[in-house]
Design a binder for this molecule. Structure first.
Ligand code: ACO
Length: 428
């Protein structure tokens, strides 16, 4: 079969170049044979990676034009409906659904690593009472690398497995401690007789040895974790891959992912949605707010709307809406929900949003659900991080085992002064 290629004619020189197309992509390095700036090879310029594949990946498939999301080939709708969170972690990490015995073994491994070193308690105690939970989480996860120096042996698969188990087992414990730190409550130790979600919920909400679990809310939280578990090369995952490509330990690489997730254009969006709903305050203000977003005077975008990849709808948002129904049936209606529904209705009919293909994303309703469950809004992104963790680790592992991986090191187009002589301080 004839191989596919792209023919490029350099109209400065008349020279014709043939650039191979493999897997629907050309290699940016193949452009290097064409003369670019100052006689060096031609660069490709794509500051936000709008049209650049940074890796090959077999973890998650997205078709944003038609709203498809699959984990290892399984449609997100089926995974969210039928799998548990640890089962989803296994699928993402191992590439296959676990057999019952494999799932038991995996769950046991995670269960036996849920405790954290007690010095972590002291580490967390050093944060101010009003420290943002995401700042605490990224600090604490970075600090874990000092508790597990063996984690730097990243070329040993058994060692990587151990660190993967530690991360998935210990993050809920740390996250729950952070939740309680903000309230001045004593930490509740992990209970390994509970399942993964039940244990996390117990560690966050138990008071005086008592906590009445609500199975509907626990399953809702589990589905939200599953919906967030991976989303191919998003900002935080790219951060994990990029930092991990320096061969740093996985705790440090994951803390880079947490830092990226903290931002309001990424994981911080669900917190920002609630702030926006507060700002709107009343159903009657919704039309004026939408107009203000459009003309820029609102000082904000419509948070929870739009997505870099999904240009028809976000399949996770459809599932989140169903979760919202089940949660609000338990907890009663959240007054902010009415404003959110009206905002969605108006935006979906408005030419500005329709023409830009802006639809609700996964974060539009997740914040309202977390709030109804009893989590404070600064904490929402921590919940997102717990869900995204297996995706970060699966992609980190894939990056490390890909023979094409090199340290991530983009090029630049220099726009500064060419060269000038240094001026001594006394002459300036
Ligand atoms: N509200 C109003 N206008 C918007 C919005 C929005 N939420 N999102 C995009 N636009 C407009 C932009 O102003 C731009 O308009 P223009 O063409 O007139 O300049 C156009 O739509 C395209 O926007 P871009 O910024 O180029 O889109 P991009 O793909 O870079 O951004 C993003 C995607 C960051 C998600 C954006 O839609 C946004 O800021 N949304 C709000 C924040 C949010 O909800 N983030 C969560 C993302 S999902 C997640 O992280 C799980």
């Amino acid at each position: 079969m004839e191989s596919e290629s792209l023919t490029v004619v350099d109209n400065r020189t008349g020279i014709e170049y043939s650039i191979p197309i493999v897997d629907g992509a050309i290699r940016a390095t193949d452009l290097g044979q064409i003369t670019g700036l100052d006689g060096t090879g031609l660069l490709s310029f794509d500051p936000a990676y709008l049209n650049t594949a940074s890796c090959r990946s077999a973890v998650t498939y997205i078709d944003g034009d038609v709203g498809i999301l699959r984990y290892r080939g399984y449609p997100i709708e089926q995974v969210a409906e039928q799998a548990g969170f640890l089962e989803t972690c296994y699928l993402l990490l191992e590439g296959e659904l676990p057999t019952p015995s494999a799932l038991d073994r995996w769950s046991d491994d995670v269960r036996s690593h849920t405790y954290v070193h007690t010095n972590i308690n002291e580490f967390l105690a050093g944060f101010r009472y009003d420290a943002h939970p995401m700042g605490m989480l990224l600090g604490a996860v970075g600090a874990l690398s000092t508790f597990y120096p063996d984690a730097k042996h990243i070329s040993d698969p058994e060692n990587r497995y151990l660190q993967r188990v530690r991360l998935i087992a210990k993050l809920p414990t740390i996250a729950a401690y952070i939740f309680r730190h903000s309230r001045g409550l004593p930490y509740v130790l992990p209970r390994n007789d509970l399942d993964y979600i039940g244990n996390f919920v117990n560690m966050t909400f138990e008071i005086g040895g008592r906590h009445e679990p609500n199975p509907v809310l626990q399953r809702a939280l589990e589905i939200l974790f599953i919906l967030h578990a991976d989303h191919e090369q998003n900002c935080s995952t790219s951060a994990v891959r990029s930092v991990g490509s320096s061969q740093v330990d996985p705790f440090s690489a994951v803390s880079a992912g947490i830092a990226a997730l903290y931002g309001p254009l990424h994981g911080g969006a669900n917190e920002a949605v609630l702030t926006m709903l507060d700002q709107i305050d009343d159903l009657a203000n919704v039309p004026a707010f939408v107009e203000a977003v459009k003309d820029g005077s609102a000082g904000t975008r419509l948070m929870g709307f739009g997505h870099r990849v999904y240009k028809s709808y976000d399949p996770r948002a459809t599932l989140v809406k169903k979760v919202a129904d089940s949660v609000f049936a338990e907890t009663g209606l959240n007054p902010k929900l009415e404003i959110a529904l009206e905002l969605e209705r108006i935006a979906l009919e408005d030419e500005y949003f329709v023409s830009r293909k802006l639809y609700p994303n996964v974060d539009f309703y997740s914040g309202l659900i977390y709030q109804a469950m009893g989590y404070s809004r600064e904490y929402f992104t921590v919940l997102f991080a717990l869900g995204r963790l297996p995706g970060w680790i699966a992609q980190w592992e894939e990056m490390l085992t890909d023979p094409e991986t090199k340290i991530a090191r983009p090029r630049q187009i220099y726009t500064g002064v060419a060269e000038r002589p240094f001026v001594p301080l006394e002459n300036r």
